[in-house]
Design a binder for this molecule. Sequence first.
Ligand code: 16G
Ligand code: ZN
Length: 529
Amino acid sequence: MDFEALKKYSALHPKPAGLALQYGTAGFRSKAEQLDHVVFRMGLLAVLRSKAVTATIGIMVTASHNPEEDNGVKLIDPLGEMLHPSWEEYATQLANAEEQELQKVITEICQKAAVNLHKDASVFIGRDTRPSSEKLSQSVIDGIQVLGGQYHDYGLVTTPQLHYMVCCQNTQGQYGKATLEGYYEKLSKAFMELIKQSHCSGESQRHLKIDCANGIGALKLSEMKPYFPQEVAIHIYNDGTKEKLNHLCGADFVKVHQKPPGGLDMKPNERCCSFDGDADRIVYYYKDTAGHFHLIDGDKIATLISIFLKEFLAKVKQDFKLAVVQTAYANGNSTRYLQDTLKVPVHCVKTGVKHLHHKAQEFDVGVYFEANGHGTVLFSKAAETKIRQLVKEEKDDEKREAAKMLENMIDLINQTVGDAVSDMLVIEAILALKGLTVQQWDALYTDLPNRLLKVQVADRRVIDTTDAERRALTPPGLQEKIDALVKKYKLSRAFVRPSGTEDVVRIYAEADTQENADALAHEVSLAVF
Ligand code: 16G
Ligand code: ZN
């Protein structure tokens, strides 16, 4: 390794002395001006990771739903999944090394991770529409080049598109073509095949208004539009030409504030949805004739998809195991509906996509969604192979047709990570096939009133949790206090957890009425101090 060149280039991307950041649940996130050295070094790390696993690695510059002034970076592993946890630690060490320690830290990583420096390295790069993203992705390229890695810069792409590219590349095209065109063709073809079977989509049924958070989603949806016939009537709002990214709009805003985004005029009963800033999350909503706002979050999306999959999996009669993975934030009534009414097993894991993804891999068909709208469906290799085989060979018409439906779903779903564009098409296809209106979908169950609060404490790490973050182990006595508060209300539940992305403690409470959910959340927040 040419440490002289490294030293020279690193000096062009100096680390502010004393600044320490952590590779958290969403990679690095910070004010954009603090990130130049981090992205340069993540370019270095991507090369090392690529050499260690002999595969193409992805690197995405984005801060998702965070304010436009922020930015972030995360690495994507070979099959399009999140960076392996053991390397998250290396990422943190490398980002925080003072200039004179850089060589030592790199050497250590190479030793610990058995990196063979003689191997080739290949990195795919993508970025969101933030003003700071272009320059930061240039610094990523500097880092890659200094270690002699090859790269392909996809420029402006959604986060899930980059995950898709990396997976295509490392599976020799089995997952699809590693181009934007390949992505659009694969998804649009599967979608059109699916809705061919729908008989009940009237004119008004087809319209969908999409709030793109003034981000990358708008650009990519416009690119995709020509792949669809005119009947697919999607209307793009908050396309980034007028307002700031994520400002008073986007999936996170809508979910957190439980109200419609700015910039989108909603008529009663119109179906609308919001993407987040990098288009890996989606939530739906509508306004009823009385003017009340109804949010359809990740839990209800998981429910709709599960209903569809359960029906068609039953038709192919293969005894595939279907399960849903949620986090502690899932509304209690969604869990009850899935388990008791739909009879689909539900599993709860810690917050963060990697935990949900990992758990969902245990089943033939694993549906996972966070309440905030990030999610997808995973099919095991065996299930996918069997379904494709049934499409080709099954003699029984009904079974073969059901398999065909599932095969198109498999192709429409981005199995690498939650993808707002793909999820939207999955939802639109299911609504059309089942002839469901947005109100009927919403009426599957009623969300329990809930409240999310955050509080600043001296050190959020004093809170340690267990049972998928649903119970606090420390500080001593806290869980007992929460238990006593929860007992005061009906249908109630509450938990606290340290945030993985902000210096705060988050509190979640739900109860029979909004007043009670609010009161419970407030009382729990007082118990945290
Ligand atoms: C990150 C996670 C998201 C999670 C959120 C929780 C990924 C790609 N993203 O944005 O899934 O919901 O963190 O944030 O894993 P918190 O720890 O601050 O509550
Ligand atoms: Zn996002």
